[in-house]
Ligand binder design. Structure first.
Ligand code: PLP
Length: 394
């Protein structure tokens, strides 16, 4: 099926966080174009809509259970998309990846012990460590003028601290749009193995990788790395079904898996619609066609944004994305403080971005912009940014 992503439904008054919570997120500009929370404005694949619709016809929405072949479908997806051979028995489920991160932190580090994150990173990574009274150890990402990379010397120092127990890895990386390469992942694995640090790999963006790049699940690199890793995946970003709250957690090491699940204290009962969504997402061939089309459309969105800003607001630079629809904009050349930058984008331009410093306190002069929207919205954002840019005389 061919999708027309130029045409998007109105999402107002649909219980949408992005659209209906917007007025609370940006109280001074409730009309700001929502370019923040990470979902897309496109309808999800028709196969998923039909499956959910069919189940919704049945008028009882009690506790759910997974389809019998779900684990096999998860395994088949990993094999066909990422070349990773897993056994269906390695798969379990949680109601979202963020809860899984929190479970891993509680399962694998005691209060007062250290957990490494690579900063900047998706902000719940920080919160899940601190709110669970574990010690946050930040491995700061480095920018070489073109690309962000890992500071391996620092990573090794943090991993070598005797009470460091866990690394929470984000690959592909939100918000830096990086797809880590094999050599980088091998080095991470080597350091963690050497210092007995476990890995919680958040790979939720695994499928949203642009041409020329390949996502490599870190656990796929060797049986030794697989043995110390729990991988969180989901069809949620891939197919725009985050509201169904379903993620597939993959772990070869049975002992680790049991410990991870014990952090919840009881079995995680899936939502009916999450179970239905996952089965359709990974089982219906039409969903793959959707994904290819979404990736092409998003890549064009990036190109339009990049070109538009180069022409109309050349001091704002879009980082070339390797993955994700969350663009990382380097605005340092504007010379604004973060407060001024927020004012510039949100209150003046009416473009509802997220500030870079939310992802890491050390970050200034960056914003994150979600381009999971139709092309007309990208053009509108460029126009609104240009007007303010010109008015400021940049
Ligand atoms: C890296 C990363 N992990 C997890 C999530 C959220 O996962 P969930 O909605 O399944 O809790 C997001 C959403 O943006 C994300 O970017």
């Amino acid at each position: 099926m061919n999708y027309n992503f130029d045409k998007v439904p109105d999402r107002r008054n649909t219980f949408s966080h992005k659209w209906d919570y917007n007025k609370f997120e940006f109280p001074e500009r409730p009309d700001a174009i929502p370019m923040w929370v990470a979902d897309m404005d496109f309808p999800c694949p028709v196969e998923i809509v039909n499956a959910v619709r069919e189940r919704a016809e049945h008028p009882i929405y009690g506790y759910g259970t997974m389809a019998e072949d779900s684990e096999r479908l998860v395994a088949a997806w990993q094999k066909s998309r990422h070349g990773w051979e897993i056994a269906p028995s390695w798969v379990t489920y949680t109601n979202g990846v963020v809860p899984a991160l929190s479970m891993a932190v509680r399962a694998f580090a005691e209060a007062g012990e250290g957990v490494i994150i690579m900063s900047p990173v998706y902000y719940p990574f920080h919160k899940t460590v601190v709110n669970n009274s574990r010690v946050l150890r930040k491995n700061y990402m480095k920018y070489d003028g073109k690309r962000w990379g890992i500071d391996f010397d620092e990573l090794e120092k943090l991993a070598a601290m005797p009470d460091t127990k866990l690394l929470v890895l984000c690959n592909p990386h939100n918000p830096l749009c990086r797809v880590f390469e094999k050599e980088e992942l091998l080095k991470i694995g080597e350091i963690c193995l050497k210092h007995h640090v476990l890995i919680m790999a958040d790979e939720i963006h695994e499928d949203l990788v642009f041409k020329g790049y390949r996502h490599i699940p870190i656990a796929s690199l060797s049986s030794e790395i697989s043995n110390i890793t729990i991988t969180a995946t989901a069809p949620s970003k891939t197919f725009n079904i985050a509201g169904l709250q379903m993620s597939a957690i993959i772990c070869e090491n049975e002992e680790l898996k049991e410990k991870f699940l014990s952090a919840l204290g009881f079995d995680c009962i899936p939502s009916i619609f999450g179970a239905v969504g996952l089965k359709a997402a990974y089982g219906e061939p039409g969903c793959v066609e959707y994904l290819e089309q979404v990736l092409d459309y998003m890549w064009e969105n990036y190109q339009v944004l990049d070109q538009g800003l180069k022409e109309k607001a050349p001091k704002i630079h879009v980082q070339k994305p390797e993955a994700t629809y969350l663009m990382w904009l380097d605005c340092r050349e504007l010379g604004l403080s973060d407060e001024e930058l927020y004012h510039f984008f949100v209150n003046e331009a009416g473009v509802g971005i997220e500030m870079g410093h939310l992802f890491g306190e050390e970050i200034t002069g960056y914003v994150r912009m979600n381009i999971g929207c139709n092309r007309a919205t990208i053009h509108q954002c460029i126009k609104q940014i240009e007007e303010v840019y010109v008015a400021h005389g940049f």
